[in-house]
Design a binder for this molecule. Structure first.
Ligand code: HEC
Ligand code: HEC
Length: 210
């Protein structure tokens, strides 16, 4: 008798939850990676590759990056909050739906990983990445970007396997404040304390991660 009542209550609860979930999902369209395919094939492919594993070091890899981070960067390029003449032009014609779909598309692509060229330099970078540098007040990157630089969705981007030149360029522009689209100046605060040698070592280490 008791058991039947409990089950009836539970069934009612699940039914109520089901209705709520459907209502919540209806208005905002879900990201559809397939809808991004045409934009990728006509525009992005030239620089980032169809699977987001861009062959050229100047163009960042997007494969496996958090969807929310990609969408935010596209919004920031469109608004001019992240100033880059090439990408501002690319993002100008994208709708909010396009940006969401593109985020989901590149998130679903398999990263091709990287390769360390200078082992000694990468080891210096690993120390800094994992432990920071107390005497220079540099926090460990691991706290925000994760153990293997896979990032933490959606705010903290994945860095693993990214081109070293691109990582270096971003750390430099965060340091000068030229890139200032980081919430709460999180990255500007970190980069301000990095020397040129720190930046080179970090970029070498991170670019070699899978
Ligand atoms: C002509 C080359 C070119 C094309 C075409 C291009 N991009 Fe880019 N993209 C770049 C470059 C260069 C950067 C790095 C900008 C910087 O240094 O701030 C970049 C950066 C980005 C970033 C930021 C990545 C990060 O890790 O922060 C995203 C996201 C992005 N592009 C998405 C796209 C999408 C989506 C398209 C297609 C609609 C596209 N790009 C087309 C060259 C290009
Ligand atoms: C307090 C958290 C925090 C710490 C610590 C931190 N980062 Fe970041 N980092 C961020 C956030 C947030 C962003 C994304 C900013 C945005 O939305 O554009 C970012 C972005 C970056 C980017 C740009 C990625 C891209 O695709 O353009 C690089 C490179 C980077 N961080 C490297 C590092 C390194 C190296 C360290 C350690 C020396 C570090 N970060 C420490 C929060 C952090």
């Amino acid at each position: 008798m008791k058991k039947a009542i409990v089950m009836a209550v539970a069934a009612g609860l699940f039914a109520a939850m089901g209705v709520q979930a459907n209502e919540a999902a209806a208005p905002a369209a879900k990201a559809d990676p397939a809808k991004a395919q045409q934009i990728v094939n006509t525009i992005c492919v030239g620089c980032h590759g169809a699977d987001g594993n861009s062959p050229l070091a100047a163009n960042p890899k997007l494969s496996g990056q958090h969807a929310g981070y990609i969408t935010k960067q596209l919004q920031n390029f469109k608004s001019g909050e992240r100033a880059n003449p090439i990408m501002m032009g690319m993002a100008a014609g994208l709708s909010p739906e396009d940006m969401k779909n593109l985020g989901a598309y590149f998130n679903g692509q398999k990263p091709n990983g990287g390769e360390v060229k200078d082992k000694a330099l990468a080891e210096k970078g690993e120390k800094l990445y994992r432990g920071g540098n107390l005497s220079h007040n540099i926090p460990a990157c691991v706290g925000c970007h994760g153990q293997n630089a896979n990032g933490i969705p959606a705010q903290y981007p994945r860095l693993a396997g990214q081109h070293a030149d691109y990582i270096e360029a971003q750390l430099r522009t965060f340091r000068t404040g030229e890139r200032a689209n980081d919430p709460g100046k999180m990255m500007q605060g970190v980069a301000a304390k990095l020397s040129d040698a720190d930046i080179k070592a970090l970029a070498e280490y991170i670019s070699g991660l899978k």
